[in-house]
Design a protein around this ligand. Structure first.
Ligand code: IFM
Length: 435
């Protein structure tokens, strides 16, 4: 197999999130939302999801370990841990502790996200990310989590994809609370950055050596028409609102327009020990004077895969390399915390997987300090407003029977993990795409 292609100790894993896999979450904003007619495109609900809360997590992670994965990124469910303001649920903490202990036994490093899309109902009732006291509530929750689970977690993520949540839930009406207001979205985004900083500070006070970061969605935006000044301008504006302004805020501690909130949220400057990048593809942005809620930019690329309103962009491994090189300016270790494609037939995924791992390798070659790659997802799960139709898993799941079937890509990824990436790096690409 030759020299390992990636740095020693590289994390090879997969990602999931609590609401998407646990099942039986009845106390968060999505549990109510997904039951309302028309909210979920295929009419499904998360229901039992993948039954991770009731024991399947350990079995699925044992499969992951047997496939050579040495890391997993999961999220914990705030509504289970703090079902009412200030009341901590010991049994829920114990459940996560059992899971984390099993991961350690299996040799799987744990990256744990505190907030991945859902909010407890009681937080949502106060206004969610617009609630007056959301920053202190989130910091208190983060502090309790690190106190109780800190010894079992290798990396903490405060918030997953703040800009996606602000966009889908506050600017659009695609996720709850469906406010449909650009202003609310920008306030929610500012609040998430403020809450991240407060959580970071609270966690470091408990465990100064803890590794705490944030995960951003980092699609690539490109002007649709070369030479069009308007496309170029709007493209830069979308990139700024979705990615650039967040990077800048995290680096300098200052919220610049259009982000709303205090100009310098306490503790925001350099409040990250690592940065996670979720990357699915590239958007071609075309000026459209009527599309104000999308900053006058329509995405006109031919999507490789689309589900309903959700378009993960055009496949572009090169875009991942470029984003990782760009993110290096943050001067912290980087992780690809999500990357994947919904492809029930597993026809596109093998080449997608190999090419994106190779793209990470190329970024490292160009100087990016990338320490791990987490494929989205280990197994099919509940894809929010799109329901169960998009299938992102290396493992196929029948949500009714709960039967698991390994897709070819699961075996391909096992070879990548087992060779520390050599089978997908530039040097040994002979079998590219073949399962
Ligand atoms: O399933 C989602 C995940 O929850 C957040 N990032 C994108 C994934 C695929 O859409």
């Amino acid at each position: 197999m030759g020299e390992p292609a990636f740095p020693a100790g590289f994390l090879w894993g997969t990602s999931t999130s609590a609401h998407q896999v646990e099942g039986g979450n009845e106390n968060n904003d999505w549990s109510e939302w997904e039951k309302q007619p028309g909210r979920i495109r295929d009419g499904t609900t998360s229901a039992e999801a993948c039954r991770w809360w009731n024991g399947s997590a350990e079995e699925d992670l044992a499969t992951a370990a047997s496939l050579g994965q040495n890391a997993h990124r999961l999220s914990i469910e705030w509504s289970r841990l703090e079902p009412e303001p200030g009341r901590w649920d010991d049994a829920a903490f114990a459940r996560y502790l059992r899971l984390l202990a099993e991961m350690r036994r299996l040799g799987i490093s744990a990256m744990v996200t505190l907030h991945h899309v859902t909010l407890p109902r009681w937080v949502a009732a106060r206004g969610g990310w617009l609630a007056r006291d959301i920053v202190s509530l989130f910091a208190r929750y983060a502090e309790e989590c690190i106190r109780r689970l800190g010894g079992s977690v290798d990396h903490w993520v405060t918030i997953n994809e703040p800009a996606s949540v602000a966009g889908a839930a506050y600017v659009s009406r695609y996720w709850p609370p469906a406010l449909g207001s650009v202003r609310a979205g920008l306030r929610a985004l500012g609040a998430m950055l403020e809450a991240h900083a407060a959580a970071y500070g609270a966690m470091k006070r408990v465990h100064p050596a803890a590794s705490v970061g944030i995960v951003l969605s980092t699609p690539r935006f490109e002007p649709a028409r070369t030479g069009s000044r308007m496309d170029t301008l709007i493209c830069a504006a979308q990139d700024w609102v979705f990615i650039g302004s967040l990077l800048r805020a995290l680096r300098t501690g200052t919220l610049l327009p259009p982000l709303a909130g205090p100009a310098r949220p306490p503790g925001l400057r350099r409040s990250l020990d690592f940065l996670g990048a979720n990357y699915y593809g590239q958007y071609a942005v075309r000026f459209d004077p009527l599309l104000h809620e999308r900053l006058f930019g329509r995405h006109v690329q031919e999507p490789t895969v689309r589900a309903g309103e959700c378009d993960w962009g055009q496949i572009s491994p090169e875009g991942l390399t470029r984003q990782l090189v760009r993110l290096s300016a943050m001067e912290v270790p980087l992780y690809v915390t999500e990357n994947g494609i919904h492809d029930a037939a597993d026809a596109i995924r093998p080449a997608f997987l190999t090419d994106h791992v190779a793209a990470v390798h190329e970024a490292i070659r160009r100087g990016a300090d990338v320490r791990g790659y987490f494929h989205w997802s280990l197994l099919d799960n509940f894809e929010w407003a799109e329901g169960w139709q998009p299938r992102f898993g290396l493992i196929e799941v029948d949500p009714v029977t709960q039967k698991r079937t390994l897709r070819s890509s699961a075996h391909l990824y096992a070879r990548i993990c087992g060779s520390n990436g050599a089978t997908a790096s530039g040097r040994e690409r002979g079998s590219q795409g073949s399962p």
